[in-house]
Design a protein around this ligand. Structure first.
Ligand code: ADP
Length: 500
């Protein structure tokens, strides 16, 4: 089967979060199963291409004000996956992917509409897939365009669409007059399609018009059908619950393994954990606390700084946490609020907490390897990748039991020696503090702590199983599309006047 991915991020060319890891790895796993896979992403200033070749010189994108002309370049085929970049410098040759410190770029709707339409047009030249697999609001217009502007295009007659939600919190909301600018029909502005409290909601369009919807863990696929986690779209998802499913993200262990990590000073394995201590000392050095006693447990955080990630709970408990024997090391960037919060906490408790405000892959790896525990107190977490990386590095996760965090971490039980981490359910500082204390206490017993580390290291979240699940979803999406087509043909036949 030929599957074409369309997404706004892909490792190693562009990344702000987990979406990039998924789009970098899942296509390879699908190719390994024998599928033909193409990946379309925008060509950003950050996308470093070694030998780009233009494969489509000019695509016309009609907008209401004027036509725009973009091209498509390829970076060749890697691990069986063909990589295509939509090239339109006025939109993508910018400092960042989505916005400046002042906020989102004001033309994000146009940027990703152009991208989506370019993918459809390019595929007619480069190969129409059996399935378009689209991700998050930035490529949500692909299913919308296929069922509106391109509904009568014979090239796409049998093409199915699968849409994956990586985060319901980002929906792509724009004023209604964006529709005519993008040449999309006004009839999309109804409650049953894209209208959302007077605005146009790109994500909603894809949730309504895709043949199949997936999200990145089983638990999150249930949570987003509730008011607490659905961000106002829970009803849309409940309506189509039979074609919504959760498939856990996998991990690319070529990138994330303590035995081969390119960024760490020492390698280690479940059989020989000794290298982890060197990684820990290097990590403490990196954060400028070289004199610290490396016997103290180190808790690591690597995260986008966003309200979703639960940092308000840390702020609530920090004065009490600072009394414990531990060091908290934080790497993150994003919301100024949390950047300032962690810097303030560092000033207040200089020996207990240190923070780096940066997006730095090398330091992210050093934290995975050098920390003893990894903290993710998220308010919600569709899948979460860092807790899964942490398992492989013997860095014990402390997580809130939500979404993928709940699906991937089993609570440690010292008596049976089973489990991989520590979990709390109530979104309160008290629950978080109690759980961290539980972990710190468990750390005091080195032999059972090593059992806990090895339990996590033995877990396998490689992509193979999830890729096979996606294969089944593609089949179901194609069946759904075939039945929808048959229904349209029957309806059209009924409309034919009876002759004779
Ligand atoms: P999300 O997609 O919500 O940001 P995930 O846990 O799914 O969360 O994925 C986050 C990914 O981004 C991980 O690969 C993580 O290592 C990486 N990451 C997040 N923040 C940083 C940062 N400041 N520096 C380096 N990598 C980061």
């Amino acid at each position: 089967m030929h599957i074409a991915f369309a997404a706004s991020e892909c490792v190693p060319f562009s990344k702000t979060g987990g979406l990039a890891d998924v789009v970098g790895a899942l296509p390879r796993a699908l190719a390994a199963l024998g599928h033909q896979v193409s990946v379309y992403v925008p060509r950003y200033r950050q996308s470093k291409l070694s030998d780009p070749q233009t494969v489509v010189r000019s695509i016309t994108i009609p907008f209401d004000d004027k036509y725009r002309f973009c091209s498509v370049v390829t970076a060749g085929t890697t691990a069986g996956v063909r990589l295509y970049f939509v090239d339109y410098p006025p939109y993508f040759d910018r400092d960042a992917l989505y916005g400046s410190p002042a906020g989102d770029y004001p033309d994000n709707a146009e940027r990703f509409a152009l991208f989506s339409r370019a993918v459809l047009e390019a595929s007619k030249i480069l190969g129409v897939p059996h399935v378009f697999h689209c991700h998050d609001w930035q490529s949500a217009l692909i299913p919308v365009m296929l069922r509106t502007l391109y509904a009568e295009d014979p090239a796409f007659r049998e093409v199915a669409t699968v849409f994956t939600i990586h985060n319901m919190g980002y929906q792509g909301l724009f004023p209604p007059d964006i529709l005519p600018l993008l040449t999309l029909p006004w009839e999309l502005l109804t409650i049953s399609k894209m209208e959302f409290f007077g605005q146009v909601n790109f994500l909603k369009g894809a949730l309504v018009l895709s043949d199949y919807v997936t999200t990145v863990s089983k638990k999150y696929s249930q949570e987003i059908q509730t008011t607490e986690y659905g961000f106002g779209l829970e009803g849309v998802l409940r309506n189509r619950a039979a074609t919504v499913t959760g498939i856990l993200n996998g991990v690319d262990y070529d990138e994330w393994s303590p035995q081969t990590d390119k960024f760490t000073v020492a390698k280690y394995s479940p059989q020989d954990l000794s290298g982890k201590l060197q990684c820990k000392k290097d990590l403490l050095n990196t954060f400028g606390i070289a004199d610290a006693n490396s016997k103290l447990p180190v808790i690591g955080i690597v995260s986008r700084f966003a309200a979703q990630k639960g940092f308000d709970l840390i702020s609530q408990i920090m004065d009490r946490l600072a009394r414990e024997e531990m060091i908290l090391l934080v790497l993150g960037s994003g919301d100024k609020l949390y950047e300032e919060m962690f810097q303030r906490l560092h000033k207040q408790f200089p020996n207990k907490i240190a923070a780096k405000v940066a997006f730095d892959n090398a330091i992210a790896h050093k934290i995975e390897a050098g920390a003893d525990m990894f903290l993710m107190p998220s308010r919600y977490e569709p899948c979460g990748l860092n807790q899964i990386y942490s398992l492989k590095y013997g860095t014990v996760p402390i997580v809130r039991a939500t979404g993928g965090l709940d699906d991937t971490i089993e609570p440690w039980d010292a008596r049976s020696g089973k489990g991989t981490g520590f979990k709390f359910t109530d979104y309160t500082g008290e629950a978080l503090l109690a759980t961290i204390k539980q972990a710190l206490l468990a750390y005091q017993d080195p032999s059972s702590w090593q059992t806990l580390m090895r339990n996590g290291m033995a877990r396998d979240f490689s992509w193979g199983a999830s890729a096979r699940e996606y294969g089944k979803v593609y089949d179901r999406a194609r069946q759904a599309r075939a039945s929808a087509d048959a229904a349209t043909v029957t309806a059209d036949l009924k409309k034919e006047p009876v002759l004779g």
